[in-house]
Design a binder for this molecule. Structure first.
Ligand code: AVI
Length: 320
């Protein structure tokens, strides 16, 4: 089985330059910001896997339970001989639940920005599913990626689990859903969406007792030091992740604990004591508000599954 990685999108090694560019622009803004997609270098991807296993982070185990519980129904909706296209594939753990339930899945096309990690997890998957066509793509799924369709079966099923859609502002989330729809050639999208709930529960999920989310957040600084030769002192920043109930989102920041300066490419950035750097938003939806957005993106919401405590939802959306 050929599992060679296709690289789509900008250039051959886009990550390093764009991280530097993002910092040069984001640290010059008021308030300062760093884009959350830079969390996921090798260490960040490992820390995110650790977050998913935390007792406070209900999202992963609830979604996994929903996919397992409804796998046969989902498989019937996706149909036979389907190509699954997964956006930001990560560890490839959840897709195995679908692959095990599907009737002769034809191909699996995971798209991920981290090529090394993707190569490794695709090798493991190929060993377990020898008959599956694997078409890994290194790329940024937030960009328009022209992934060639299978000639005899152009319709695909999109798979976007984990509530990653929540990390986009609602206008960007809508635009992303529209782009995804355009790339599915008339097929549907299976998407996990975290729900609005008790703020205390949300607060705990992003402020875990073991401090893993804090390490994940500060890894942005560690990464900037390692990859770009910056001189951040991670101990001089605090992880801060409050739930903004009005905007229905968890906001994540690194707060400077003292007055300090860092340098990048000959530019100097000053941080005041108590100054925040915004690093992530994690928007929460109600089932209704998400379905409404899906409709505006050109989908027909067909099925939705949720758990008894209504913590998390999985939606099957069909292209209109
Ligand atoms: C990937 N994404 C859906 C996670 C979230 O919950 O927004 C990222 C994360 N940030 C802190 N903990 C987890």
């Amino acid at each position: 089985m050929d599992t060679s990685l296709a690289r789509l999108g900008r250039g051959t090694s886009p990550q390093q330059d764009t991280f530097a560019d993002n910092l040069l622009v984001g640290l010059a803004k008021a308030p300062k910001e760093i884009a959350c997609k830079y969390f996921y270098d090798e260490t960040g991807s490992r820390l995110f896997d650790d977050i998913c296993a935390l007792p406070e982070y209900y999202q992963t185990r609830t979604e996994t339970m929903l996919l397992t519980r409804h796998a046969r129904e989902i498989a019937a909706l996706m149909g036979e001989q389907v190509e699954i296209l997964e956006y930001g594939a990560g560890s490839l753990r959840k897709v195995r639940i679908l692959l095990d339930a599907l009737e002769a899945p034809r191909a699996y096309t995971p798209v991920d920005i981290s090529g090394d990690y993707l190569a490794q997890v695709v090798r493991d998957l190929a060993a377990d599913y020898p008959a599956l066509g694997l078409r890994p793509v290194i790329g940024d799924f937030t960009e328009t990626l022209d992934i060639p369709a299978l000639p005899d079966h152009p319709r695909r099923a999109g798979f976007f689990p984990g509530s990653t859609i929540g990390n986009f502002r609602p206008d960007a989330a809508l635009a992303l859903l529209r782009r995804m729809r355009a790339g599915l050639n008339g097929g549907g999208l299976l998407i996990g969406v975290d729900l609005v709930k008790d703020p205390a529960r949300l607060h705990a999920a992003y402020n875990d007792a073991a401090g893993v989310t804090a390490l994940f957040n500060k890894n942005l600084l560690v990464r900037a030091n390692r990859e770009l030769g910056m001189d951040f002192d991670p101990a001089a920043f605090a992880h801060y992740a409050p739930y903004n109930a009005g905007a229905q989102r968890v906001e994540m920041y690194l707060v400077s604990l003292k007055r300090q300066r860092v340098r990048l490419r000959g530019r100097e950035f000053e941080f005041a004591q108590g100054e925040p750097v915004h690093t992530e938003d994690s928007h929460k939806y109600t089932i209704e508000s998400f379905r409404e957005m899906a409709c505006r993106a050109g989908f027909n919401p067909r099925a939705v599954w949720t758990d008894e405590d209504r913590l998390f939802s999985v939606h099957w959306l069909e292209s209109r």
